[in-house]
Design a protein around this ligand. Sequence first.
Ligand code: ZN
Length: 176
Amino acid sequence: MTVDPIALERAGYPPIGPDLGEVAISPKARATIQLHAERSYPEEACGFLVGPAPGGTENPRQIDEAIPSENERDGNRTHRFLIPYQEVVRIERLLAWGGKAILGYYHSHPDHLAAPSAYDRDHAWPWYVYVVASVEQGHMTELNAYELDPERGMFHSLSQEEGTASHSTHQGAARP
Ligand SMILES: [Zn+2]
């Protein structure tokens, strides 16, 4: 599901290209993003998207987990986000042990569309998955995934496939 192009233009957001591929987001990762985004409202929440380290065979990319981050951007935390560099290094060290990697980033748009702003586009890197969640009046209403096309300088949407949560070690306790 993608944002209506007319609503996008009306809100002053840059246009989004057609689906570039697929991403699988686990229910667990989705739940973490929702909780973080709703708790942070009316400020923006941001964090990491984590999955198996890329070996070239993952299709679609599998987001197993979302890890909340501090939002370092002072002053305007409702429309800007900045993940501290030290946080990136810390998370990457942590993940290296388990063969996982940062596959992308998520952030919320309080009372705004679930689409990347011009600011988001100007600060994005190629290859990564960018998840943008819309939070209306404190409730997450939409969650979309995007990838930057560096040649055209625009985001394309990624279609979402419901991922499995079976990689989660926390679910072991629930087994009989
Ligand atoms: Zn944004």
